[in-house]
Design a protein around this ligand. Sequence first.
Ligand SMILES: [Fe+2]
Length: 410
Amino acid sequence: MVHSNLRDCKAWQDIGLPLSTTSNEACKMYDAFLSQWVSWTNDPSLGGIEGCKTRLQAADPDFVMGHVLINGIELTGTGNSIRLDKDLDTAVKKMVGLAKTQGITERERLHVEALDLFSKGYLKGMYSFGLVETNFYDLAEKTAKEGLVLNPCDAWSAHSLAHVYEMRADVNNGLKFMKETENNWKGSDMLACHNYWHWALYHIEKGDYDSALSVYDARVSKSCFETASMLDIIDTSSMLYRLQMEGVNVDNQWKKLARVTKDHAKDQILIFNDAHILMSLFGAKEINTANEVITSLQELSKTPGENYQYQIGKDLGLPICQAIAEFANGNYSRTVDLLNPVRYQIQNIGGSNAQRDVFNLLLIHAALKSDSRDHQKLARCLVLERDAFRPNSPMTERLIRKATALHNVD
Ligand SMILES: [Fe+2]
């Protein structure tokens, strides 16, 4: 690496990546630092990365992207954190402060923001969630725990770990974790209700319906009725549907929830939402309003235009919604015929694997109750598949026992 070839202010400007400093030396050292970092080399003629860092700071101590680089290499090394290292904490705060007082570019501002979030662990939580949704549970667990070390109050990391325990049917660790960390995330407006929903799912998984309903009353539905936010509505509806499938009478809870969901019958914003709204309307026996959801989606799906939800309406959205209707009417065989052909497409309506599990369960329960011998056989295959994918699940064990009892097989 030759010093004269390193990019100065004008050279960075010329390639469309202007840097907010007037020091050519700072720009050159930025180039040298970055080049060594991305190639994992140390150029002795420049004093290596450490040498460049010193020269960069000396050339322009207030160069924001220099601070991004120096803090970035420290933070992404993951051997240090702003919680344990006060100097690093001060350095990140200084970078954020400098960014606020200087007329930096949008690209530079986004770098500062990303690094600030990274330092607080938020990106770990989001990354971990991507991992859990692609079935890398061990890596997701490790990453979420790293995020929580950096910031115990990061609700995304806590949420991601809740998913890991859910997908592994690891109810004891799930319950322990939620209880131990509750104070750290219960103040999160966006995720607290949803984290309580995850908490309640462990109780349902165990078959402890009273505890699930306690969480429902004290947290999930309470939040839903206070905020009427769609995520809270989804969680509330999904939870009652799961309890109902388990044989718990939740008629009164449905009636109360339908007072909120009725207003959303004509939304058709997301099929995922429509399906949950339908669950609550059928649960409350609001048949006319429930049918309005389906009719409206049918109409909108005829001329979908650019709207993705309406584009998948006919072949995916409507079969799901009609399956919910048929199940509510006791037409279990029809429910299976609608839901089984689309079971591998359901992910296209969005939501997480844990959220969409309600549709897996719907198919299993419908197939279990269907009069068709083929459907009953399908039900037994589905529960065995579930057992293989998520071993040691108390719920799956109950489903296997149910299939044995209903179908008179050993
Ligand atoms: Fe979740």
